[in-house]
Design a protein around this ligand. Structure first.
Ligand SMILES: [Zn+2]
Length: 80
């Protein structure tokens, strides 16, 4: 068993949040755009929640990226 990272509820092993929080975070979690730069000038772009970005950046940094930039996606950006 493990604990919900949001509210501390006991949840089955392998999950990070309880069903309640999962629904809430899906609706409300802020999204970010991010990119990393490599020493040769190449850029890789990513977007997602803070958690998704953190995971993505870790991989990119391990792959040799040396700079990381991140910007919050403004709410209400649903048109395009
Ligand atoms: Zn929870």
């Amino acid at each position: 068993m493990s604990e919900c990272v949001c509210c501390g509820a006991i949840i089955p092993e392998g999950r990070q949040v309880c069903p309640d929080c999962e629904i809430k975070t899906r609706k409300n979690e802020e999204r970010y755009n991010a990119f990393v730069t490599y020493p040769d000038g190449e850029r890789h772009f990513g977007s997602g929640t803070m958690k998704e970005i953190a995971k993505w950046v870790e991989v990119e940094l391990l792959a040799g990226a040396d700079e990381f930039h991140m910007q919050k996606v403004k709410a209400g950006d649903k048109h395009g």
